[in-house]
Design a protein around this ligand. Structure first.
Ligand code: ATP
Length: 475
């Protein structure tokens, strides 16, 4: 309060509280002008030192031409200043990628720091409640660093002491709109520090054609699409189980078929067997020849196939016991991937109680004991509620495509996933813009990542199936 009042007004200030015995009349000390000037000069010098310390390159770029002009004249300075421009401009025009890595993203990061984040930081922090205004002072989280990538700004922030990640996760909307982004995500960098990601554009906005069938037989992670940062997205199947949830038309088929497509060379080499359960009869029946006689659509046949998978699992467990603790795919013991489309048809919506129990028990056995012996389950479903899919927590890796309700996000991806930015309920229902887009949460990483699966068209599936019938050219 005193800071805002001129000294002569402060001297007249008294307590206005009625019935008080204490009258408050502050003493005003006249400061000599020289002391005030010394304080201002001190602050100026400290500010300059801070500027040089924080932005050495920018300061050097500004000071160097002035120094050259002073020492050698303005003509030399002009040549010295234009020479780098004549290198940088052609570089930017002809090799944009390397220019961006070395200069472009850094310049953009500096500009976004100054123009977007520093400029709006104080009001956004105070209005969103992440900063505090106490006793006339602002206590704000600090921006430590801004990094730009081709699609997003990643701002490293030092939280206020006592703040939690949840405080930030609860205000993603405030942050996104406050800094002019359509969405925002937070991740922990280390104790007390967060990485706050603000996308500038969406690399997943355009559908992707099917990924080419790999040249090599591999059981390793399968390329199924791209990640938000533009890098290929590879999904591991061997050694885990994967649950894919999404509303009708969300694009579950793209995940299932992209996985099948990526494993084709390994299936042809005998290192992988894909067993398909297709109770809806619409999705996997299309490429039936890929699965051979390991295909079932009728619920009773599905139960038999699942029981067979359990037998394979138990037989292997008996053989491996005391000999080895993990599975290595071979022609004798291939990796068995059981793909179940719309698993709720076999569990929740199955009217035959005995069959329903048999199927649920087999699925629970496979998902609890299968991965160490090379039997994996990839299940797709529309409704992730517990009463529909009681064993959803037995799948270590989860994929949430477009969902109908915000509460379903945490049901699929686990607690706190939506708070960390997995906004699966906000994915567009327009197939061009949203089908195949999903948030993935892996056992190994609590932070959900946004990906888009490639679209495997009917023709792609026909060509894949033809490979197995031995009548088609390479897919
Ligand atoms: N990855 C993708 N990229 C672009 N469009 C896609 C993608 N996947 C699916 N689509 C479009 O969305 C439509 C629905 O996809 P799909 O049948 O795979 O959804 P689904 O989740 O399996 O639905 P349902 O549960 O009703 O079977 C497809 O016909 C296609 O036009």
């Amino acid at each position: 309060m005193f800071k805002k009042l001129p000294g002569d007004q402060v001297s007249g200030l008294v307590s206005t509280t009625p019935d008080t015995a204490v009258v408050f009349r502050p003493a005003v000390v006249q400061t000599p002008a020289v002391v005030t000037i010394a304080i201002f000069v001190g602050r100026l010098i400290a500010g300059l030192v801070r500027l040089v310390w924080r932005h050495p390159v920018a300061v050097a770029l500004a000071v160097a031409p002035v120094a050259v002009a002073w020492l050698y004249g303005w003509r030399v300075a002009l040549v010295a200043a234009t020479a780098p421009v004549s290198v940088v401009v052609p570089w930017a025009l002809f090799d944009r990628d390397s220019f961006n890595v070395w200069i472009g993203w850094r310049l953009l990061a500096w500009w976004r720091l100054v123009w977007v984040y520093r400029r709006h930081w104080q009001p956004v922090m105070i209005v969103s409640g992440l900063g505090r205004h106490l006793h006339g002072r602002d206590y704000l989280p600090r921006i430590l660093h801004v990094r730009c990538t081709s699609w997003a700004d990643v701002v490293t922030v030092k939280m206020l002491a006592g703040q939690s990640v949840k405080d930030w996760a609860d205000r993603l909307d405030h942050l996104a709109h406050g800094f002019g982004a359509t969405s925002c995500r937070v991740a922990v960098a280390r104790a007390g520090r967060l990485l706050v990601t603000f996308p500038r554009r969406d690399p997943l906005a355009v559908p992707l054609p099917a990924v080419p069938v790999p040249d090599r037989a591999s059981v390793g992670p399968v390329e199924v699409g791209i990640r938000e940062d533009g890098r290929p997205y590879r999904l591991a199947l061997h050694g885990t189980h994967v649950l894919v949830a999404g509303a009708t038309g969300a694009g579950k088929g793209s995940f299932l078929w992209s996985v099948v497509r990526g494993l084709i060379p390994a299936v042809l080499a005998g290192l992988v067997e894909i067993w398909a359960l297709d109770p809806k009869l619409m999705e996997l029946s299309f490429g039936r020849s890929i699965f051979g006689d390991r295909y079932a659509a009728d619920p009773a046949a599905c139960a038999d196939l699942l029981d067979d998978a359990v037998k394979v699992m138990q037989e292997r467990a008996g053989r491996f016991a005391g000999v080895r603790r993990s599975h290595i795919p071979t022609v004798e013991d291939p990796f068995v991937l059981v793909i179940v489309d719309e698993v709720a048809f076999l569990t929740a919506y199955q009217s035959d109680r005995a069959l329903k129990q048999r199927i649920s028990a087999a699925l629970a056995t496979l998902t609890t004991q299968g991965r160490a012996v090379g039997v994996g389950v990839m299940a797709a479903l529309q409704d992730p509620r517990k009463e529909v899919m009681s064993i959803r927590n037995l799948f270590p890796d989860k994929i949430a495509l477009r969902l109908d309700e915000s509460e379903q996000v945490d049901m699929v991806l686990g607690d706190g996933a939506r708070d960390r930015g997995a906004l699966a309920d906000l994915i567009s229902s327009d197939p061009q813009q949203g089908a195949g887009i999903a948030y993935v949460r892996l056992e190994s990483s609590p932070d959900p990542i946004r990906v888009r699966a490639a679209y495997v068209s009917d023709d792609d599936i026909r060509r894949m199936a033809a490979l197995f019938a031995g009548v088609g050219e390479a897919a």
